[in-house]
Design a protein around this ligand. Structure first.
Ligand code: MRU
Length: 366
């Protein structure tokens, strides 16, 4: 399975996704600024993957930051954290990962006897970044097990953008459900939205499906409605960059129309998300910052200008799907009605006592 990022001997390597599917090219990052540039330029993308990259960026930044103790390192890393947080505003995973790295450093800095040394702190930060990466893969496997329960033998599954191995530490979130269903022997067919303007569906999800040997069909984004109306799609499943406490879901631009069309055609619409993509501090999706990118991404296709020079272009990278269009949010703790995910805040959730847990093979609205 394709891998988005790895760390080896104090270096971070990022697979340049802007060159996929035609070329495998690894970028070697020696400084945190190299990682930040890769995130900004979509060499690495997908909410969990950029969270992992940011964690590794912090660990890289700690190698060169001037500090005489773990406490001094905490202050010295401020510009590194700010620089990484400024790369992409919508995915909450960067902040989530930055907070984890800060907490790890704070623990070393406040160790008994005046705090740990800089070298202890640097080592701890590498280890934390590695842990974040390993945990993400484990979480995705679990999401896959829950998600596969909503996919029947013979189903046609629609997905938008790329919420696959390339968008995460490995295995994906939305694609985890697809991979797991496939591994369980269910015969499925995946409809892949091309996902204008950056074409993560056509370039990346299509590649992941091809590599896994899962039958798929690539469509233009504006074809999904027609297929839904014809009854040719059984369910849709996507990832998320940030889901608010009320269950509103920010994801790749074009997700919202897919969700509305699913509801119109009585097709379930699922969101697969690790808890690291849920922003419990954000009351509603209306407050989620939406990244606006270079107009050139829309005005050109594969480096060739298609729109006349001088026209106005708007390039919103994400949209927000209101919770009422979401059948269930599939996390590592199980599947939940969107209105119920707030109960997962603060790690208080107890699966065995919860009524809002959907362990069955079907979501009842289906
Ligand atoms: O702009 P991108 O390619 O980073 O957008 C990615 C998405 O919208 C994904 O669906 C989302 O990050 C979830 S990835 C598991």
């Amino acid at each position: 399975m394709l891998k988005a990022i790895e760390q080896k001997k104090g270096k971070v390597r990022i697979l340049d996704q802007s060159r996929l599917p035609h070329e495998i090219f690894w970028i070697e990052c020696r400084r945190w600024q190299d990682v930040a540039k890769c995130i900004k330029e979509l060499k690495i993308r997908g909410a969990p993957a950029i969270g992992i990259a940011a964690a590794m960026g912090v660990a890289l930044g700690a190698q060169t930051a001037k500090a005489g103790s773990a406490r001094e390192l905490y202050n010295a890393l401020r510009p590194v954290l700010e620089g990484l947080l400024a790369t992409r505003p919508t995915a909450v995973n960067i902040k989530w990962a930055a907070d984890r790295m800060k907490a790890r450093l704070a623990a070393v800095a406040s160790a008994p006897g005046g705090g740990g040394s800089v070298s202890e702190a640097r080592e701890a930060l590498w280890r934390e970044a590695e842990l974040i990466h390993e945990e993400d893969i484990r979480i995705n496997r679990t999401i896959g097990q829950w998600g596969a329960q909503f996919i029947r033998d013979g189903d046609v599954v629609l997905t938008h953008c790329n919420a696959g191995a390339l968008a995460t530490g490995g295995y994906g979130t939305a694609t985890a459900a697809i991979f797991a269903a496939n591994e369980q022997g269910k015969r499925i067919h995946v409809i892949v939205d091309e996902t204008r303007p950056v074409l993560q569906g056509a370039r990346l999800t299509a590649l992941e499906m091809k590599e896994a040997g899962i039958p798929m069909t690539l469509i233009t984004d504006n074809s999904a409605g027609a297929l839904l109306r014809k009854g040719e799609i059984n369910l849709a499943i996507v990832g998320t960059d940030r889901t608010a406490r009320n269950g509103d879901v920010a994801n790749k631009i074009g997700t919202y129309p897919v969700a509305v069309l699913c509801k119109e055609n009585r097709v379930p619409f699922y969101v697969a998300a690790p808890l690291s993509s849920i922003d419990f501090s954000m009351p509603s999706g209306d407050m989620i910052p939406i990244e606006e990118r270079d107009p050139e991404e829309v005005a050109s296709v594969a480096g060739r200008r298609i729109a006349p020079r001088g026209v106005n272009v708007r390039n919103m990278a994400f949209d927000v799907t209101p919770a009422r269009y979401v059948t269930a949010i599939i996390t590592e703790l199980g599947a939940f009605r969107p209105g119920e995910i707030k109960k997962l805040a603060g790690g208080r959730y107890r699966p065995e006592r919860a009524k809002y847990f959907l362990p069955g093979a079907r979501c009842s609205s289906r």
